[in-house]
Design a protein around this ligand. Sequence first.
Ligand code: HEC
Ligand code: HEC
Ligand code: HEC
Ligand code: HEC
Ligand code: HEC
Ligand code: HEC
Length: 497
Amino acid sequence: MKRIFPDSFYNLITLVGATVAAVSFGLILFLIALEFFSEEQKPYMGIIAFVILPAILIFGLSLIAVGIWREHKRERSGKPHGLRLPQIDLNNPRHRTAFFYVSVGSILLLMFSAFGSFKAYEYTDSDAFCGETCHKVMEPEYTAYQFSPHARVGCVKCHIGPGAGWFVRSKLSGAYQLYATAFNKYPRPIPTPIENLRPAQETCEQCHWPQHFFNEKKKEITNYISDEKNTKWNLSLLMKIGGGVPESGANSGIHWHMNIDNEVTYTALDRQRMVIPWVKSRSRDGVERVYKSTEVKPTEEELALATTRRMDCIDCHNRPTHIYQPPQRSVNHIMDLGWLDRNLPYVKSLAVQVLEHPYTTREKAADSIRTVIEEYYRANYPVIAAERHESIERAITELQKVYRRNYFPEMKHDWRQYPDHIGHMYAPGCFRCHDGKHVSEDGKVLSRDCNTCHTIVAQQYENEKLKMSLEGLEYEHPVDIGTAWKEMNCSDCHQAQ
Ligand code: HEC
Ligand code: HEC
Ligand code: HEC
Ligand code: HEC
Ligand code: HEC
Ligand code: HEC
């Protein structure tokens, strides 16, 4: 058989190198074709086609070179060299059969490895890969995500998004994460916010069009007070979400003022962006206003360390999918559904207490929730404990479920570490700026007026008359705290202590 390449090519190392290079080159072509014809953007496709396989290709090419170099060296030192390859004669029936089997085998092998690497991609792209492979690390995020409005939106859609630049960036930090996970060096809890999260324009706004007009959204809230009767208290809010483009008419509301009409920039002194000394708004017609806090007066050094950022979706919707509910909220919810029997005395208060206790593992939490609730009713309400045995049992299992979804003691994750910026009840949220204490030079105040962002259209205590008004009612705090709610932020009393 005639040899195409110089003799020094035909040695084992070079031939292995050539095979490795050829196979990875073939796979790269295959993946590029696949990417080209597939409808969806597959962020992880890129890393294999443009990072991993080329590395293998280069490795193969260098093996070729090393082989040739070694061969030359042997030649010069007069050692026997060269690899005697078998001669194939297709006229020989034995050679023919062997050739047939080897060719079919190689083709099948190639097909399977192409299919295999395609499947490997699909997998690295899946939520199961993100959420389960690093099981313990991502478990809190993955669990919360599965119960959120975005449960059907892939992790990569928000965390990586399409395009090569961000892909490489996220992979670079991903490589560190891999190391941190493998050597158990990751921080617990995982710090938030994520510094290199892709800008919202390229993630959220790929699905949610910010100009879309939402109008007002009615929000019904049912709360239960921590008294013996678990008194119910209802509130209806019309959230003025708004939005819209001027050309098409309607434009007003929260989204309009914040995102569309104005460019808002702010400085935060801390990592979690809770303390905001100033915020600047720049309207469409170029009018700028700087609102400075009358309370937070940072020093020059503090300001030098602070970060300034342009406000986008994430500054309000920072927990669109990894939502760890505060205990008050999840208990109100399961009471409203009837899963937690309201006729159990003090059940609201007790439920919040058992959820909030600092446990070290989930198993201990589950056991403790059972013991405390059973003991409480047995000791304080023996008749009810006997009569309402089933309700107590249900309360225990439901609270254990709430705990499993919202608390992750091994990772130190729960609502306390991840304040939600939407609203103002359990974290400062909107009141980080709208606290009535951020004032511009011309005297405009970022108002805390209760009807700025929502209209309180109805409120009612159990067994009392329903109060209703479309103009907006004055808020009544469910328990009497005087006018404290007017002067203080709700979260001053309601956030975790
Ligand atoms: C709807 C968009 C969206 C989806 C889908 C999404 N995330 Fe997130 N994720 C976010 C945002 C927003 C943050 C918080 C960013 C911030 O505050 O800077 C975040 C934060 C995180 C954090 C940092 C810790 C924390 O809780 O703040 C991890 C880890 C994480 N996500 C993992 C995942 C995993 C795993 C999935 C898929 C199972 C996923 N995310 C799906 C938007 C999303
Ligand atoms: C891949 C598309 C997609 C991306 C990306 C996405 N969302 Fe969504 N989002 C949805 C869909 C679909 C729904 C509606 C879910 C439903 O009602 O069943 C939704 C719902 C919402 C809601 C309403 C939630 C509720 O309680 O009803 C908010 C707020 C929201 N998204 C904010 C965000 C933010 C902020 C981001 C960026 C971090 C984001 N979304 C990224 C598709 C997306
Ligand atoms: C100033 C804070 C703020 C900013 C910035 C903001 N939002 Fe909102 N958004 C809200 C509030 C408040 C609501 C009403 C929340 C509720 O359901 O109670 C809301 C509601 C929504 C909803 C749900 C509407 C519905 O009918 O349930 C979507 C979707 C949404 N926002 C997407 C976005 C996207 C995308 C961006 C970025 C372009 C964004 N928001 C920026 C405050 C904000
Ligand atoms: C980083 C500071 C900051 C945060 C946080 C913030 N806002 Fe604002 N908001 C502003 C500024 C600044 C303006 C004033 C724009 C201007 O000058 O007209 C504003 C204006 C508004 C307006 C229009 C008010 C009016 O009087 O017309 C609404 C409604 C609003 N914000 C809702 C919200 C909601 C809801 C949240 C929480 C989800 C929120 N904002 C969080 C800074 C903030
Ligand atoms: C800057 C805008 C803004 C102002 C001012 C404001 N709110 Fe709100 N409020 C919100 C948003 C946004 C939510 C919805 C949070 C959510 O979707 O979970 C909310 C939710 C609430 C809730 C329901 C809390 C819960 O989840 O149980 C109550 C009660 C409430 N507001 C009362 C008030 C009162 C009383 C005032 C006046 C002192 C006030 N708000 C001023 C934006 C505002
Ligand atoms: C001075 C402290 C204080 C301030 C400020 C305050 N609260 Fe409360 N709040 C309480 C106390 C105490 C209770 C009774 C505890 C309970 O019933 O769980 C309570 C109970 C509640 C409840 C019923 C229980 C629950 O969590 O479901 C709601 C709802 C509530 N407050 C809303 C608000 C809102 C909204 C604001 C801000 C406008 C606010 N509070 C400001 C002290 C405060």
